[in-house]
Design a protein around this ligand. Structure first.
Ligand SMILES: [Zn+2]
Length: 214
């Protein structure tokens, strides 16, 4: 499968507003978060696009200025749409269909739990970055799991405490062995905000993410 952003045309001449219509970004799809949509196609920083409101079909102008995931909304319909923006010089941006938008943080920190042959284990996240993966001396993880089918230092979960609560962001670092969140495969470079109750699968190990107070 071709995962390159082959639609990039860095050599294109400067646009004339009259002759080059503003392109429409497609395709608008539902995300794993209820009521939130995402655009599959990435937007290039410095260009202008239209995105169709999934509710009424009217176009919203998108004008990305930074290579990050942005959120746009057609105000009358109140439907959030996530757009992944990339810079020509910076290839990796998260897949917008894997990003969730939180309205509020969690009240407690989170923990990971999973089954081993000797019983249920758990790991309370520390604030900041927590690497998780197969035990490997050359690529150590904060949480090492005994699973030969998982990659070493495969994912990073960042726990952030803010006045609005705790937020948790998972980034896939290595996916030589596939990584799944709630059954959806995430490739290296993908990021997703975690909610309590999410299931992360590394190798043959299913890890449940929950409140540390549970
Ligand atoms: Zn609308």
């Amino acid at each position: 499968m071709d995962t390159n952003n082959s639609k990039k045309q860095p050599g294109m001449p400067a646009e004339s507003a009259n002759r080059n219509p503003i392109p429409i970004l497609g395709e608008v799809v539902k995300t794993s978060q209820s009521g939130v949509y995402a655009v599959k196609q990435r937007a290039l920083v410095g260009k202008r696009y239209f995105v169709a409101c999934p509710s009424c079909g009217k176009y919203i102008m998108v004008n990305p200025t930074e290579p990050k995931v942005m959120r746009v909304m057609h105000q009358p319909c109140n439907v959030p749409i996530i757009v992944g923006c990339v810079d020509n010089t910076q290839p990796a941006a998260p897949d917008p269909t894997t990003v969730r938008v939180h309205v509020a943080g969690q009240k407690t920190n989170g923990k990971l739990s999973w089954w081993t042959l000797s019983g249920r284990k758990s790991y309370t996240l520390k604030l900041g970055k927590n690497y998780v993966g197969r035990k490997e001396q050359s690529a150590p993880s904060h949480l090492s799991i005994k699973d030969e089918f998982a990659s070493a230092r495969s994912i990073c979960i960042e726990a952030i405490q803010s006045p609005r609560g705790y937020f948790f962001h998972l980034t896939v670092e290595r996916a030589t062995n596939p990584v799944y969140v709630n059954g959806k495969e995430l490739t290296a470079g993908c990021g997703i905000d975690l909610n309590f109750g999410d299931i992360i699968k590394l190798g043959k190990t299913s890890i449940t993410f929950n409140s540390a107070k549970k």
